[in-house]
Structure formats: C-alpha cells, structure tokens
Ligand binder design. Sequence first.
Ligand code: 3PG
Ligand code: CO
Length: 601
Amino acid sequence: QNAWKLADHPKLPKGKTIAMVVLDGWGEAKPDQYNCIHVAHTPTMDSFKTTAPEKWRLIKAHGTAVGLPSEDDMGNSEVGHNALGAGRIFAQGAKLVDLALASGKIYDGEGFKYIKECFDNGTLHLIGLLSDGGVHSRLDQLQLLLQGAFENGAKRIRVHILTDGRDVLDGSSIGFVETLEKDLSNLREKGIDAQIASGGGRMYVTMDRYEGLKNLYFPPNEGQRGQRKKRSSQTEILGRNGSLLSNLVFMGGNEWHNDWDVVKRGWDAQVLGEAPYKFRNAVEAVKKLREEPKANDQYLPPFVIVDESGNPVGPIKDGDAVVTFNFRADRMAMLAKALEYEDFDKFDRVRVPKIHYAGMLQYDGELKLPSHYLVSPPEIDRTSGEYLVHNGIRTFACSETVKFGHVTFFWNGNRSGYFNQEMEEYVEIPSDVGITFNVQPKMKAIEIAEKARDAILSGKFDQVRVNLPNGDMVGHTGDIEATVVACKVADDAVKMIIDAIEQVGGIFVITADHGNAEDMVKRDKSGKPLLDKNGSLQILTSHTLQPVPIAIGGPGLAPGARFRNDVPTGGLANVAATVMNLHGFEAPSDYEPTLIEVVDN
Ligand code: 3PG
Ligand code: CO
C-alpha cells in the first residue's frame, strides 16, 4: 500500500475536479484547406491558444517520444494513450518485435516452439494486416517471420491477408500483395508450399475492436441478420449482381455494440475456407474487388483463393499452427478469443479446428489472451490511473465503443477492468455499427460530453476522463467535408465539458493522442499536396507525424500555474506527471517530468 503513496505537491492544492479530455486525431499543422481543424469553426480550441498562450503548448505524439522504433513512425492511439496514462515511455510492440526478429530470439521463445510443433504434419497460417503502416503490424516483420518459419522447418504456409488503406494510402494494398506474392514464390522455389489463402478489408473482415460489456449488447435486427447469413453462405466466382458493401450505411442505427459479424466474415474465409468471392490469385482478387461499389482497401469483401478444382487452398484444419502477426491488441483480441476459447458464443464457428495458436504479442495481460505468444508485450506497470486510485482519486472514464478501450484499457497500460471498482466508473456509449463515420461525423461526441458534464456536476469524481473520437475516426475515412464537421462537433463537446468545470471550480486538461484531421493530403517534402497519376489529390486517411496541443485552465487552476520552458521536447508521456500535480501530488520520480511550474505572484 505504502509504495503507492504519492507525496503532496508543495504548491498545488488537492480536491479540484479535473476534466481530462483527449481529442483523438487532433494535431497541429499549418493552416490550409486540407487542415480540417483550421477549416472548421473551433472557437473553444482556438481560444486556448490565443487567450492564454502560457497555458497552451505543443507536445510530441509520434516516434521515439511514444516508444516507436523511429521518428518516421506516426503516432497512434495505442501508444499515445499508453504514454498519456503511464507517464513513461515504453518500447512498444512494433519495436519489441523488431528486436526479437533481429536478434533471432523470437525463434527460441516458448511461443514459436509451440507453433513449430505443428510444422512436420500441419500448415502454418499467418493472419494479419498487410501494410507498412506500423500501427498494427508491419510488412517487413511478416517477411522476416516467413523466412524464419522456413528456416525453422515450416513446410506448408498459408497467409490470410487483411488489406489496410487506413494507416497507409488507399490503393496501396495491391503493391503490398504483389510484394508478398514475390516472397511466397521465392519460398516455393526453395521447395515449400507457400501461398496466400484468403483476404478481406480490415474494417469489414476480422479487425473489429473492443468486445465491450455484455449488458450493453443488443442483438442486431433479425431481418438484416437473416439476409446477411444468406449472403455469406453463397459462394460465387466474380460476376455477382449487387455488392456486399452497398448496404453498408443502412446497417447503421442498430444500437448494438461491436460487430462480431466482422470477425465471423474472417473466420468463414480463414478457417472454413468459405467466402462470397473466390479467386485463383490474390492480386487479381484485390484489384477486382476494389471495383465493387463502396469498396476500397479498408472495406474489401472477403475472398478465398481456390485451386484449379475450385477448392479453397488454405482452410485451417486440425493439427495446424496459427499466428496472428499483428502486434497491436485492440483489433486482434476478438479473433484471438474465437481462435482460443473453448466456450465461445459470439457466433457459430461451425468447425473449431484443434490448432496451436500464438499471437505476435499477448494482447491482454489481464485475460492472458492469447496464452501463447511470440514476443512478450511491454510491461506497462504503475500507471497514473493506478496511483491516483490508491491516493483517493475517484475516477470516471467515458467514450464510445470505438475509443472506449483507449481511455480505459490503453490508458491503464493494456489492462482491462477496474483497479478498484468502488473508486472508478467506466461508461461506454455504444458506437453506431455498420457505417463509415463520414456518414455520421458527429458520432457520439455530444453524448460523451453530456456524460462527462453529469459526472463533473455530480461531485462524485475527482477526475473525469474522456476521449472524443471524431477527428480520428472521420479523418480515417478520408472525407474532408465530413472531417470538418467532426472537428466542429468535437470543439462543441469540449465547450460543454469546460462549462461544467467552470461551474464546479475545477481544472481542465485538453490534449490529443496523435494527429490526423489536421492534414488530409499526402504532401511532398516542401509541403505541397501530391497528386496521383490521374491528377487527383492523394488523400491521407492515416495519422500524421504532427505534434498535438495541450491546454490547461479552469477556475481551479492555481494562479501561478503555467507551462515550463525547460522541457521543450515534452511529449505525451509528460502529461501524467502534470495531471498528478494538478490533483495535488508529486509524480513518482521515474515518471517523465511535469510540464508545469507554479510561479509565486
Ligand atoms: C485503427 O485501428 O483504426 C487505425 O489503424 C489506428 O487508429 P487509432 O490508433 O487512432 O485507434
Ligand atoms: Co486513428
């Protein structure tokens, strides 16, 4: 107990209600027409910068400042929220996998040995996101793993690809598939049987996230479910009438939670070898399916690769080994459950092969999921959330489904659940399902702000923490107009929260986890927007390398409190100590330094 006790801050009082707001995907960049934050009417966020510049600054949110391998790595929500919550910089999954592959230690570990037991008689299946985005996975890591599996005796390999277009440019998946095909053909020349077996777009196949709380789960409307069932049992080769994706927006409005259908579509293709589209070749599959109405890399219908007799080349069978090669947890945990759990009722798995399954990392340390993994995840311990709860800070956290785990699970060092249920309340607002968020760019921002406002006014909490997803989730769609609306509503939500803070005499801390909405085009080195070969703008759906703002204020902020000038390279990891100070505590000595000082006046 004593190890958790934080020292009192010499100057800052206790007992102030603090609103901790994370604007997802809200970076700072030059103002131009592709900067949606600049274009949008955002008077609240603008006012911090202009009216109290000593209480506004920029902090780093990408690269080594958040534990990523290099300064070319854009920020992302996992590493961003980890840094915000943990107050220290941990080498992240991307880096840990790089190191394990470079040293070869990955092949000596328990996880790989377990997988290797199947090499003599079974197939090795690799399932994951195929891109060099570096957020969930990386192509070069997959390439090294393929080579390593070959050197370690794998005789038959099947790769189940998920196309990206979200952490990388839309359309780039074709190139990634071509690269992978070349590697697999090289392996075949060396005498092993290696092929792509299935695929689909990451947002439509496999990579849903955050299973959420059971009691918030409402089953989807039966009619639609029946229809979709019928579709998924069809097996046609091209030339079908009507697109699977054309009803995407109409599936919205169902107040059910996360979408196990996404995982099921993947399961059917990867495990059962069943998909609505069959192709002989994966490059052709991606090219053809991109022509479907509404299809793009993110939303590509599921397909399987078949042999000359039309049989799928790589269903997962008894005695096979499976590795999910994403290092990031949030969008792999649901599949990990389907692959690992004996008792499973989220969808009908039809056939549950007896396999040896390992994750690239262990995705959830609390659930020990999966039980086998190739690389140990970062051990993010002693997070600020845990400290503060031990020091009497009653905490409320809220977002909608798509970012709920960000302000809880990621914030708490990839740990699910409460530290102390009596001190904490986490509220998840169900996200709309089955839509792309440019259709509803307001998302649940106002609902989140209302929950935060009520929590602040209730007097029951010392810290009220929210994530406002709009800039990021709408930014990922590449729809500039919708992203402008998204930024405005996020600003409105911030206003509601700081109004509540005014009423209770509290303090606000407004920041972001990484950039996205502030830049929607790919640019050359000089900053000029790039055009593709057809002369169209290259839309940037991904995050950016930009820094993010942080603003502090509110009537409860001590008059002399302001940002220090002597931590010029401050980043997201410096925020935790800052917030601990504002709660009236000194941060632990190994935390990254606080961003604030208190001058006597
Ligand atoms: C996603 O998973 O949606 C993107 O790859 C990254 O987005 P996030 O890091 O903002 O969640
Ligand atoms: Co994002």
